[in-house]
Design a protein around this ligand. Structure first.
Ligand code: NAP
Length: 250
């Protein structure tokens, strides 16, 4: 029977002992996912650029009954160089020996301009944070993911990564590229114990959404906590055979 990831229900130990790195875990969807994954038994590695915000998430997880104490990995994806990525991978290798889950969630919106007006430097920054850093991080972490008997990579897309929309500029193009990266990687590992999928969270009540739609009624939006089922499904063993797909969280 096929599972609808949006309505997937799970046991409280569904991620027991899984080592999972979540990028952009300091806020929004990544923060909610980190707290829920830890509650479900995962050893979570919280990635972000702001130590203070990450420590608050750490404290929240530490105060959660039964959750394993998380780790923190600080790396600014705008400034990170090859050495920064390698150091992050080495610290995961030294502490845990392998990785079971990698959630590429961190992202930036950029500005809402037409292509004609889009600032070239901002264009590069958005593409760099949203796409190139996910490529670089995947590359250094693949050896650790391949040690796992059941590894999962999740990329984060958007509806403007499937159909282009005026004024979404580099963000939209970066999400098309993310879908492409996910598909290429999935195909390269179609015979391996590594699945690779994409999730489009849909309109979700976070700071990024507020920046994109400052005038909308936020109460009409799902909260990050309400859209987590597909992430948990793809991170847990129930999605073992699922790869190369792109899901909507709503
Ligand atoms: P958010 O609340 O703005 O969170 C973004 C996260 O990415 C934060 O943890 C942020 O860190 C981190 N980040 C940004 N730039 C970074 C950098 N240079 N280095 C390291 N970390 C960085 O956004 P969100 O709405 O939760 O979005 C999460 C993902 O879902 C994104 O990929 C977004 O494109 C996608 N998405 C969201 C929606 C929506 O409606 N919310 C819809 C479709 C897709 P700080 O806390 O330090 O800023």
């Amino acid at each position: 029977m096929s599972v609808d990831p949006r309505t997937y229900t799970y046991a409280d130990d569904v991620l027991h002992d899984r080592i999972i790195l979540i990028t952009g875990a300091s806020d929004g969807i990544g923060k909610s996912l980190a707290i829920e994954a830890a509650r479900l038994g995962a050893q979570v590695i919280l990635h972000g650029r702001n130590s203070e915000k990450l420590e608050k998430v750490y404290d929240q997880i530490d105060a959660t009954d039964g959750a394993r104490r998380p780790s923190i990995a600080v790396l600014d994806l705008v400034a990170a160089n090859a050495e920064g990525y390698s150091t992050l991978a080495k610290s995961i290798e030294d502490e845990f020996g392998h990785l079971d889950g990698l959630v590429h969630n961190a992202g930036i919106l950029g500005e809402r301009y037409t292509i004609e007006q889009y600032d070239a430097v901002l264009w590069q920054r958005v593409m760099h944070v949203n796409v190139t850093s996910a490529f670089a991080l995947t590359q250094v972490l693949l050896p650790l993911l391949k040690i796992s008997a059941d590894a999962s990579i999740i990329f984060t897309s958007s509806s403007v990564g499937r159909t282009g929309k005026a004024f979404w500029g580099a963000y939209s193009v970066s999400k098309f590229a993310t879908e492409g990266l996910s598909q290429v990687l999935a195909d390269e590992h179609r015979h391996a114990a590594l699945r690779v999928n994409c999730i489009n969270p849909g309109a979700t009540r976070t700071n990024m959404r507020l920046a994109a739609y400052p005038a909308e009624d936020r109460n009409t939006l799902k909260t990050p906590d309400e859209i987590l089922s597909p992430y948990i499904y793809l991170l847990g063993a129930d999605s073992r055979e699922v790869t190369g797909q792109s899901f909507d969280a709503q």
